[in-house]
Design a protein around this ligand. Structure first.
Ligand code: COS
Length: 382
């Protein structure tokens, strides 16, 4: 057992930290208010090699693992949960195509995503199918050497700026086995954008409805075989959940930092409030739970890197880290008191960002379902 980060992990963390502090921190509060997403920042992250960390070098990635990836995502999330989500979501098509794509799909679509030249998205949910992902009703009908897609996809992160979108649609009968995955490109005729959700947080990241109207997708853009789509989506979400958990670490770390600084400088009753046990015990719990969460996230990443089963550890990491972030950010607001509730301090933004992490890539109730099912059917050794 070795808890020491490797030289490359430290280097990548430093690189991401510098970018986060220099490029993200100055613009994030204003952009959050104006709901502005800057694609050029993803390009810059790509130039630094931070958008394709776990992707093979032959496809433009860094050829590293998830232990490196989560270190970078945590640092980005320290300044902006929304940009960390953006990097994580741009990673989903890369994960999918690396594992399930054929050679020409890999060569065409992965390098632009891995180098930040293209933005990625993942479109599974619909009005009628959120947690019950296998009940989606968007159709994909084979027509010669094309599939014709019709339906409305909901909650697609950065759907309006994405160049490459993995869309799940139904080619077969009801249930998970009737679902297939397709590569949809920005600008394809029949793809338009519907409602952009008005959200309580992570407003830099646009959450879009995609409208597919007789959208003709070349048959060569089917990933794997017809009917593989649900398993492809679930496999990608297993990996994605590790990156969402890493985002939670960054958001919580920044919230703790703000709370600690405040507790040292804010004086009441003649001494810094951090010297009161009521506050210092809160900070102690926040720090302890943050560190416990990081160990879970690193373990899930480690298992993935070792090519061992990591589905349940990823669900545990996502569940614990995002619940931890919700608690830590809420307590940070509390430590700051009235100031915490104002936009003069970033604590309230962290709290709003943490909330969405308990929901995206499978609600924490779904994570509990996944973990509970594995425990009750003995698939998971405790
Ligand atoms: N990896 C690979 N295959 C998986 C899998 C995974 N993580 N999870 C399930 N599968 C497979 C199952 O093995 C099963 O295959 P077989 O029919 O060959 O046995 C198939 O997929 C269907 O699985 P299951 O019966 O468990 O599907 P359910 O419809 O009951 O759904 C949950 C399972 C709830 C776990 C799934 O729908 C889910 O994760 N929902 C949340 C969706 C989500 O995260 N949405 C967020 C979108 S991005 S913001």
């Amino acid at each position: 057992m070795n808890f020491e980060p490797s030289a490359i992990q430290t280097e990548l963390r430093e690189l991401a930290r510098k970018f986060s502090q220099k490029e993200l921190r100055p613009i994030v509060e204003e952009d959050e208010r104006t709901e502005t997403f800057r694609p050029e920042l993803i390009r810059k992250l790509g130039e630094l090699g931070l958008t394709g960390i776990p992707v093979a070098e032959e496809y433009g990635g860094a050829g590293l693992g998830y232990l490196e990836y989560i270190a970078a995502i945590e640092e980005i999330a320290c300044s902006s949960g929304a940009y960390a989500i953006s990097v994580a979501v741009t990673g989903l098509p890369q994960v999918i195509l690396s594992q399930f794509g054929n050679d020409s799909q890999k060569k065409k679509y992965i390098p632009p995503l891995a180098t930040g030249q293209a933005i990625g998205a993942f479109s599974l949910s619909e009005a009628v199918s959120g947690s019950d992902a296998g009940s989606l009703i968007t159709t994909a009908r084979k027509d010669g050497n094309h599939y014709v897609l019709n339906g409305n996809k909901f909650w697609t992160t950065q759907g309006d700026s994405a160049d490459t979108i993995i869309v799940m649609a139904r080619t077969g009968g009801p249930g998970p086995k009737g679902v297939s995955s397709f590569i949809v490109e920005k600008g394809m005729k029949g793809l338009s954008y519907g409602k952009r959700e008005k959200k309580m947080g992570a407003n830099i990241s646009h959450t879009m409805e995609l409208i597919l109207t007789d959208l003709r997708v070349p048959a060569e853009n089917l990933i794997g075989n017809e009917g593989d789509g649900f398993k492809i989506a679930m496999t990608a979400l297993d990996s994605g959940r590790i990156t969402i958990a890493a985002t939670a670490l960054g958001v919580a770390r920044s919230a703790l930092e703000v709370a600690v600084n405040h507790s040292r400088t804010r004086e009441q009753f003649g001494k810094p409030i951090g010297e009161f046990q009521g506050v210092s015990f809160m900070l102690a719990d926040m720090g302890t739970e943050l560190n416990a969460a990081r160990l879970l996230v690193q373990r899930a990443a480690f298992l993935k890197d070792q090519k061992k089963p990591f589905s349940i550890p990823a669900a545990m990491a996502k569940l614990y880290a995002t619940d931890m972030a919700m608690k830590v950010t809420t307590d940070a607001v509390q430590v700051l008191g009235g100031s915490g509730y104002t936009q003069d301090f970033p604590a309230e933004r962290y709290m709003r960002e943490a909330k969405v992490l308990q929901i995206v890539e499978g609600t924490n109730q779904i994570q509990r379902m996944i973990i509970g099912k594995a425990l009750s059917t003995s698939q998971y050794v405790i």
